[in-house]
Design a protein around this ligand. Structure first.
Ligand SMILES: Cc1cc2nc3c(=O)[nH]c(=O)nc-3n(C[C@H](O)[C@H](O)[C@H](O)COP(=O)(O)OP(=O)(O)OC[C@H]3O[C@@H](n4cnc5c(N)ncnc54)[C@H](O)[C@@H]3O)c2cc1C
Length: 461
């Protein structure tokens, strides 16, 4: 610990966001960066606590105090190496992680935690810039072949870890490019897709093979999968969205959130989407149902697409603003979260249950009828588009998972032992397909665990 009193003398300083009026005109990342001196000073605020709750809260068990110290002392390469020991992709978590670590930072007792997430992003970006991160393929190969199905953060982490052990890894992805929800769910204004491309190039240079546009179970049969590989990791995500089967659900204009977000991510990449398939939001009233992160991403996308109004509704009451006695420090607090998208212009409403969708004679959505769960009052919100953002129930069963015959748990996720092993011989599972919809950081952790289990299995088989 370089400066034991820095937490007393140096204030928390966030890099902040680009001005609203500027950022809503494009899909560039909204978050800014601090200069090097300020960044190192921010790292000096780490108190190197005897019990580092940040480390405890991080699913990856990142060694925050160690790399804050290295960063404070300007030892960027050491910091990057310490970070890479526990986190395969700090450039993703450094941008999109809700930073469970910061909520548990002892300085958060005063509401001014160390800027751990931003520091992480700064370290990894510097490491790429200075060339500390370069292809490091294994010296020898084991001759074992592993198929990873799904290229989200869980699949990428599994592939990375197994490739380092010398196994030959092929990642199959049904979409046109790897990345999973990083690529086609999370908007560019939170995560620029060049960041994913850079990591994929590195993994390829290290020997991981990517096969895109392959829907495993359809384009590659389960017999070919099980026959052609010594082990398989299912990292197919939790792709089954929660539906709202009420009156008017079939009206034109009621969509799942990912229909908007996948299209938007493709548009930003320059994909030519036929005009008749485009979700045309300009000048329209948008209602986003679901108060979580996916809903917030729909808000940001709709604002950038120049909606006439954007309203986000949530069935639960508004959570407390600052402190929630039910989730005291060092737990992750269940309090009101206001994202950068919320600050760009939307109305947030709480305690509203959606009763039915209203439409015109042509079958086109015109509004949403809602009831206030506290007062019983009924209200009609004008809506040309509704984006259903109420989470995901479990992985998609039809196709690959049913064809393999894996067992599901009570929630419909792929059941597995603690060693990530499913009920089918040589088939393992990682990420949201196992846990249900969660976070990037948890998906990476799950991928690392599955890789360890697969490596042990391959060694013993
Ligand atoms: C809109 C949105 C925003 C989010 N924002 C954040 C955030 O800011 N921070 C955060 O931490 N988390 C966020 N999350 C959650 C996070 O993205 C997920 O928890 C994480 O991506 C899960 O990783 P995964 O690898 O398990 O699955 P996924 O990322 O879902 O990847 C699964 C991949 O498997 C592929 N696949 C499925 N079936 C097959 C098949 N049969 N053959 C071949 N490929 C197949 C899919 O096409 C997909 O690419 C967000 C989620 C959404 C939906």
């Amino acid at each position: 610990m370089g400066n034991p009193k820095a937490f007393l003398t140096i204030n928390r300083k966030e890099a902040g966001y680009r001005p609203v009026l500027e950022r809503i005109e494009d899909f560039g990342e909204v978050e800014q960066t601090l200069n090097t001196e300020d960044r190192m000073l921010q790292a000096s605020r780490c108190m190197d606590c005897g019990v580092p709750f940040c480390h405890w809260a991080c699913p990856l068990s990142n060694s925050m105090p160690e790399w804050q110290d290295a960063l404070y002392k300007g030892k960027w390469q050491d910091a990057a190496e310490l970070l890479a020991r526990t986190n395969n992709f700090p450039e993703f978590t450094g941008r999109v992680c809700p930073a469970l670590c910061e909520k548990s930072c002892v300085l958060n007792l005063q509401g001014v935690p160390v800027t751990i997430r931003e520091n992480e992003a700064a370290i990894v970006e510097r490491a790429f810039q200075e060339g500390y991160i370069k292809p490091n393929p294994p010296h020898t190969r084991t001759g074992k072949n592993v198929a990873v199905v799904g290229s989200g953060p869980a699949g990428l982490a599994t592939a990375d870890m197994l490739n380092r052990k010398g196994h030959c890894v092929t990642v199959f992805e049904k979409d046109e490019l790897p990345g999973g929800l990083l690529r086609l769910g999370i908007p560019d204004f939170k995560l620029n897709k060049k960041i994913i491309d850079r990591r994929i190039r590195l993994l390829e240079a290290e020997g991981v093979v990517f096969k895109n546009n392959v829907d495993v179970g359809k384009d590659l049969t389960t017999d070919d999968l099980l026959g052609g590989f010594d082990a398989v990791c299912l990292s197919t995500g939790a792709g089954q969205p929660r539906d709202l089967p009420i009156e008017g659900r079939d009206l034109e204009g009621v969509c799942f959130a990912l229909e908007l977000l996948r299209q938007q991510n493709r548009l930003v990449r320059g994909v030519d989407i036929p005009v008749e398939e485009r979700i045309r939001i300009e000048g329209k009233h948008v209602v986003v149902i679901g108060g979580g992160d996916t809903g917030s991403d729909c808000v940001g996308a709709s604002v950038r697409r120049k909606a006439a109004s954007v309203t986000q509704i949530e069935i639960l009451p508004m959570p407390p603003k600052d402190v929630n006695p039910n989730t005291p420090w060092p737990l992750y607090p269940n309090i009101l979260k206001t994202s950068s998208s919320h600050r760009e212009g939307c109305t947030r409403r709480w305690s509203l249950a959606t009763k039915r969708f209203l439409g015109d004679a042509d079958g086109r959505l015109t509004g949403v009828e809602v009831t206030d769960t506290q007062t019983g009052a009924v209200e009609r919100l004008p809506a040309d588009w509704v984006f259903l953002s109420m989470g995901f129930v479990h992985p998609v069963h039809e196709g690959l998972l049913d064809a393999l015959g894996v067992t599901y748990d009570a929630r419909g996720n792929v059941a597995a032992t603690t060693a990530s092993k499913t009920s089918v011989d040589k088939v393992f599972v990682a990420g949201d397909a196992y846990s249900g919809a969660s976070l990037v950081v948890r998906a990476i952790d799950s991928g690392r665990r599955a890789a360890q289990a697969i490596h042990t299995y391959l060694k013993n088989s």
